[in-house]
Design a protein around this ligand. Structure first.
Ligand code: PEP
Ligand code: MN
Length: 333
């Protein structure tokens, strides 16, 4: 971190600031120029409040030279992280496809979809049991019963499970869930992230509706700081002024995050577009730009889905997307 002092800062004021900074555990290198003095702060600067420093009378500017995320930072961990979930792997050249309905609706529905997505080559089954809905009057998910139905589908197909958690008090219910999803709306639910950091479950962390990539990585950092290094990041579209699509898929998040972090990055073309017809082109774009996987909503009867039918693929459509994704991936290697 670099702190530029104002030209009128006296030696006494500078010394006071330096000794305060040193008392915070950082080493301070002082460079005196003809007009200005620059303080170079070295060491763990995470405890230094940049905004507070900027407000001091003698401080002109404060700049970070290293990122505030450490555990997730590629600089300190150059190799790609490969996360194993049962027989599936994601990251470092391993491509995962997570597929299934937005919400679990019945045993027949989830088992049928699980069989079809497995046959098409999906490596994990998704299904929402606790649903974060904008309206309190909309279907809220089957909750604990939904998780039980997912377990049945897991027994039938062997596919590992991905399901969203909304409250840390529900953690006990997620024992049979292999990957716990933190949805876009909870990306900055810091108490939830801390609780998940104390588990050893794989966490699928979705980018918030209006969050930067650095904020996404700071949320991953909350989980990792608790000792849980199993985090998969998911770009699911962000809010922009465009309304033609449900959200705007930030496809450049894939190469950007690959530069910033060693964690695997997957794309959700369903929530990012909101339209079934756009899922295939965006899934192909994701595979082409080096994403580590996809999460796609598939429903046996999209027209009657209780949630997100408009963006859900039928199993037949999913078969075709999987075949094309496979072909794009073959071209890449
Ligand atoms: C979901 O995956 O069903 C979901 C609710 O996603 P998001 O949090 O990205 O809106
Ligand atoms: Mn959904």
């Amino acid at each position: 971190m670099i702190t530029v002092l104002k030209p009128q800062a006296t030696d006494e004021q500078r010394k006071q600031l330096v000794s305060w900074l040193e008392s915070q555990g950082v080493t301070v290198h002082v460079s005196k120029g003809a007009y200005q003095t620059v303080l170079g702060l070295v060491g763990d600067v995470s405890a230094i409040d940049m905004d507070l420093l900027k407000l001091l009378d003698i401080v002109e500017d404060v700049k970070r030279v290293t990122e505030p995320y450490k555990e997730a930072n590629r600089k300190f961990h150059p190799e790609d992280t490969v996360i194993k979930v049962a027989d599936a792997s994601v990251g470092g050249g391993h491509f995962a496809v997570i597929a299934g309905p937005c919400s679990v609706e019945s045993e027949e529905q989830i088992v049928e979809v699980a069989r079809r997505v497995k046959a098409a080559g999906a490596t994990m089954l998704r299904g929402g049991a606790f649903k974060p809905r904008t309206s309190p009057y909309a279907f809220q998910g089957m909750r604990a019963e939904g998780l039980e139905l997912l377990s049945i589908a897991k027994k039938e197909t062997g596919l590992p499970l991905v399901s969203e958690i909304m409250n840390e008090n529900h953690l006990d219910l997620f024992e049979d869930v292999d990957v716990i999803q933190v949805g876009a709306r909870n990306m900055q639910n810091f108490e939830l992230l801390k609780a998940l950091g104390h588990t050893r479950k794989t966490i699928l962390l979705k980018r918030g509706l209006a969050n930067t990539l650095e904020e996404l990585l700071m949320s991953a950092e909350y989980i990792m700081a608790g000792g849980n290094e199993n985090v998969i990041l998911c770009e699911r579209g962000i809010r922009t002024f465009e309304h033609y699509t449900r959200n705007t898929l930030d496809i450049s998040a894939v190469p950007a995050l690959h530069e910033m972090t060693h964690l695997p990055v997957i794309i959700d073309p369903s929530h990012s577009t909101g339209r079934a017809s756009f899922v295939e082109p965006m899934a192909l774009a994701a595979a082409a730009c080096g994403a580590d996987g996809l999460m796609i909503e598939v429903h046996n009867d999209p027209q009657h889905a209780l949630c997100d039918g408009a963006q859900s693929l039928t199993p037949d459509q999913f078969d075709r997307v999987m075949e094309k994704v496979r072909r794009v991936r073959e071209v890449l290697v």
